[in-house]
Design a protein around this ligand. Structure first.
Ligand code: ATP
Ligand code: MG
Length: 183
């Protein structure tokens, strides 16, 4: 699954609409302390369906919305869109009608998140499964956060197994089974 562009509006320190092209190959983010490098990585995780605000260094999910600075007032919404290359047409059937996928998550203060894929409203679960099946989800071992390696070494076997299952691309199957069993 190739990401081609990340667009942020009102997300953390990215108050004005900001577009980041993700070219083929290795991408590095460099800049002085506090310029928003970690915020960018968090935006990527957030749009893929991250449900834990703690993983976003926040004390509530609304904290991802721009909270104002100096002469700029706070915003009431934050939006992140991830553009995914689908030229190989490997997306799930429901979204496989275009060469690209546009996955959007939008949050409004005190109203929670809304997700869209190619303009169509979907459940958080649909977005989480889309990325989990491609082994790139917000919890995927492809996203190595600060302190994560040490945490993994100290983790209980059960937690370590969950990481291996994500890497193997089978965790999506487990959540589908749980969902099916609840019906
Ligand atoms: P470092 O090199 O120290 O790791 P960084 O480039 O990773 O820095 P970030 O942690 O991504 O920087 O950005 C921190 C900045 O984002 C801080 O200035 C903080 O005030 C700002 N910030 C975080 N959340 C919000 C928010 N909701 N609204 C406005 N600004 C925010
Ligand atoms: Mg950082």
């Amino acid at each position: 699954m190739k990401f081609t562009r990340l667009r942020l509006t009102g997300f953390k320190s990215f108050v004005e609409p900001s577009d980041f092209l993700i070219e083929p190959g290795l991408t590095g983010i460099v800049g002085p302390n506090g310029c928003g490098k970690s915020n960018l990585v968090e935006a990527l995780r957030w749009v893929m369906g991250e449900s834990s605000y703690k993983n976003m260094r926040a004390s509530g999910m609304d904290d991802v919305i721009f909270s104002g600075s100096g002469n700029r007032p706070a915003r009431n919404t934050a939006e992140v869109t991830l553009f995914v290359d689908n030229s190989a047409r490997k997306a799930p059937a429901a979204f496989n009608n275009a060469d690209g996928l546009e996955v959007t998550r939008r949050i409004e203060r005190e109203a929670g998140s809304v997700y869209k894929i190619n303009g169509r409203e979907v459940r958080a679960r649909d977005v989480q499964l889309l990325f989990a099946d491609a082994s790139t989800g917000s919890r995927s071992p492809a996203m190595v956060g600060q302190g994560r390696i040490g945490e993994l070494i100290a983790a209980k076997p059960q937690a370590r197994r969950a990481v291996l299952e994500e890497a193997a691309g089978i965790s999506g199957l487990y959540s589908r089974r749980n969902e099916a069993e609840q019906r």
